[in-house]
Design a protein around this ligand. Structure first.
Ligand code: G3P
Length: 232
């Protein structure tokens, strides 16, 4: 399934939360798929690396890796080269998440390698300045996430709205084709709506969905608000 860049979208990073291990990853991915189908809102899931192939085979929404390494498909024990992601059936990867940072030159090489393999790159940045620097590599997506808000339930769109608006402007100035997302602390549909109204094209979210008693209901809440938001 392709990824529309013209409609607000939701990217769910499952991280390594215990709710997302093994069968848990499949359950959350299937719930996300059902909501995406019902609402028409694009949803991308990034399950734990070891479940990647299984999840990619089980759902029709895009599945991303949580991390990719700038190594060759060779004697590189335990690393994940872009070729592994392609072979797993996933369609892209998060790169440079603040919990798994990479040197900037490696990010640039990975975006190029991913593109050559037909894979989608979602590059994370902690600040508008970093987002502008990484935008010169022209990834498909840049997600701006202030690390201090991650996992707190204090949404970037409420606590630091200027980070989103400045980040969107900064990326546009360098590379207008890059789709800008935001994340960190997004906990409610209103947080999603505010993110989009501040200029982001969607959200990168984790704990509010993955740790929810009913992840499907939470994705649905986010999707409803995403589709009702008036982007700018
Ligand atoms: O990758 C998404 C993430 O870092 C945000 O996490 O739990 O604040 O939604 P969370």
């Amino acid at each position: 399934m392709g990824i529309a860049a013209d409609r607000p979208l939701i990217v769910i990073n499952f991280k390594n939360y215990k709710e997302a291990q093994g069968e848990g990853a499949l359950r959350i991915a299937r719930a996300a798929e059902a909501v995406s189908r019902r609402t028409g809102v694009p949803v991308i899931v990034a399950p734990p690396q070891v479940t990647l192939m299984q999840v990619a085979r089980s759902v029709s929404i895009p599945v991303f890796a949580q991390h990719v390494d700038d190594v060759e498909p060779s004697s590189t024990t335990g690393f994940v080269p872009p070729e592994s992601i392609s072979a797993s059936g996933a369609s892209g990867s998060i790169i440079n998440h603040s919990e798994h940072r990479l040197p900037e030159d490696a990010v640039g090489r990975l975006v190029r390698r991913m593109r050559d393999l037909g894979l989608t790159s979602l590059v994370c940045a902690s600040t508008p300045d970093e987002a502008a620097r990484l935008a010169r590599f022209s990834p498909d997506y840049i997600a701006i996430e202030p690390p201090e808000l991650i996992g707190t339930g204090r949404a970037v769109s409420r606590v630091a709205p200027d980070v989103i608006s400045r980040g969107v402007e900064a990326v546009r100035a360098v590379s207008p084709d890059v789709t800008v997302l935001c994340g960190a602390g997004i906990a409610s549909g209103d947080d999603v709506r505010a993110s989009i109204e501040l200029g982001a094209m969607g959200v990168l979210v984790s704990s509010a969905i993955v740790r929810a008693p009913d992840p499907g209901a939470k994705v649905e809440e986010f999707a409803r608000h995403a589709s009702e938001a008036r982007g700018r």
